[in-house]
Design a protein around this ligand. Sequence first.
Ligand code: FAD
Length: 506
Amino acid sequence: MPESPIRKIVIVGGGTAGWMAAAPLAQRFAAVGGPSACEIVLVESPDIGTIGVGEATLPPIRAYNRTLGLDGADFVKRTQGSFKLGIEFRDWGSVGHRFFHGFGDFGPAIDARTPWQHWLRLSRITQGLPSYEDWSTSTVMAKGNRFTPPVDGAPSAANAYSFAYHFDAGLYAAYLREYAMERGAQRIEGLIVDVELRPEDGFVTAVKLKDGRRIEGDLFIDCSGFRALLIGGAMQSPFEDWTALLPCNSAQAVPSERVEPLTPYTMSTAKAAGWQWRIPLQHRTGNGHVYCSHFISDDEAAGTLLAGLDSKALDTPRQLRFTTGRRKQGWVKNVVAIGLAGGFLEPLESTSIQLIMDGVGRLIQFFPDKQFKPHLAAEFNRQMALQYESIRDFIVLHYKLTERRDSELWRYCAAMPIPDSLAHQIELFRSSGRVAIFDPGGFAEPSWVSLFLGLGLLPENYDPFIDHIDPQALLQHFVRLRQAIAQTAADMPDHGDYIRRHVQAP
Ligand code: FAD
C-alpha cells in the first residue's frame, strides 16, 4: 500500500497534450473511485489558446485510443479524420525524386531474417528487380489511393501493414476533453500568473490565477506548450537546444480546400529553405511550410507555401516559431512535462503526439505517491531522453543524407556535424545493411530502411547469413508476393470511398 497516495493532479494546459494526459488518468481514477480517489483539474487560458497544429500521427495512436475504449469510426467522424499509411517524400535526397515511408514491413521474414535483406541480395544478382517499395503493402496501397483496415488476427503476407490517422487537432482535443470530463476531470479557465513553491524542498504546492484563485495539487503535469511554465519556469530544467542539427525554427500554416483524391498519406515536399506538408482531412487540407528563418524571410516563406498549395487557401498563413530540443529533465520534483513543454522536434515524421502518448504512458507506469521517490523520475527521464534522441537522429537523417546542394540550407546540412549515434547508424547501414535500434519503442528497422534507401544509400554488403538460399526459389517467392500485394491493394476500396461509406463526418 502506498503510504501517501496522490489525491490531486493539476494539469496546466488544455492543448492536445493536456487532454491526452487527462483522458487516461480520468479513466483510471473513475474506475477506482473517481474524484474521491484522485481529483484531476485541468487549467487552461483562452487568452493564450493552443498551438492548433498537429494533425498527422503514427500507428500507436490506435492503441492509445483503444485503451480509452474509443470507437474507431466515431473518432474518425468526430475529428474529420482520414487514414494515414505513411509519408510521401518529394524532392528529398534530390530534386525530382520521390520515395515513401510506409507503415509496416517489406513482407514476412524469410529464414528468420528480415525480408528486405533478401531483396538486397536479389538486387545484386537479378537484372531489373523492381523497387523494394513494391513489397511494402502500405506503400502500394498509398500509391493507388486505396484503404481498408488490415484484417485483425492472422493477416496474409500481402495484408501486413499498419496505419495511423490524420485529424483536426482542435476537434481531437475537444473529443478527449468530453471524454475526460465525463469521467470526473474538472476544467478551470484562467490565466496562471504565479507558481507557489514549498520553501523546504521547492516542490510546487499551487498555481495562482490572475483573478486571485489558487489551485493546490500534489502532482503537476506541465502541458503549457512552448511556455513551459512549470518545468522551465518554476523548476528551471535546462533546455538542450538542437538547432545546430535541425536548423528549421519557423513555420507558416494554412488550411486549404479539400483535395481530390483524398490521399491516405501525408505529403512532405522539400523546399529551398525547409519543406512543406500536406495533410488531407475530410473538411479541408492542412498545409504548412517549415523553414529556417536564416535562409528565407517570413514573407517569402508564406509565398512558397501558397504557391505550393493544391487547392484554394481558406485563410491567410499563420506564423509559428519554435526551437528544436528538449528539457534535460522532463520530470523534476512533483512536476512532469508532457507535450511541447517537454521538448519539440519538427513535425517531419509526425512524432510530437507520439511523444505525448509515450510521456503519459510512462507517467502512468512510474506513477508516484507523495514521496516522489527520485528513481521514478530518473527512469522516466532516462526513457524520454532515449526516445527524443532516437527521433532526433531519425529526423536529422532526412537532412544529412541528401545530395541536394542547391541552397544554403542544403549545403549547411551536408556539411553539419552529426551526433555519434547517427554517424554510427549511417556507417553500420552503409557497410552492412544493418540497423541499430537504440530505442526499442521507436522507429523500427523497416522505417530506417525506407529512409536510407529512399535517400539513395545502398549498402555495400548484405547479410552473409542468407547466402545459402537458392536464388531462383527466392526470386519466385518475391515475384509471387509482389503480385499478391498488388492484387490485395487493387481489391481495396478507394480511400475517399471508404471514408464516405464508413466514417463520413456528419
Ligand atoms: P499547446 O497546444 O500550445 O497548449 C498549451 C496550453 O497551455 C493551452 O491550453 C494554453 O491555454 C495553456 N497555457 C499556457 N500558458 C498558460 C498560462 N499562463 N495559464 C493558463 N494556461 C496556460 N505533432 C504531431 O504529432 N503531428 C504533426 O503533424 C504536428 N505538426 C506540427 C506542426 C508545427 C508547425 C508545430 C509547431 C507542431 C506540430 N506538432 C505536430 C506538435 C503538436 O502541435 C503538439 O505536440 C501538440 O499540439 C501539443 O501541444 P501542447 O498541448 O503541448 O501545447
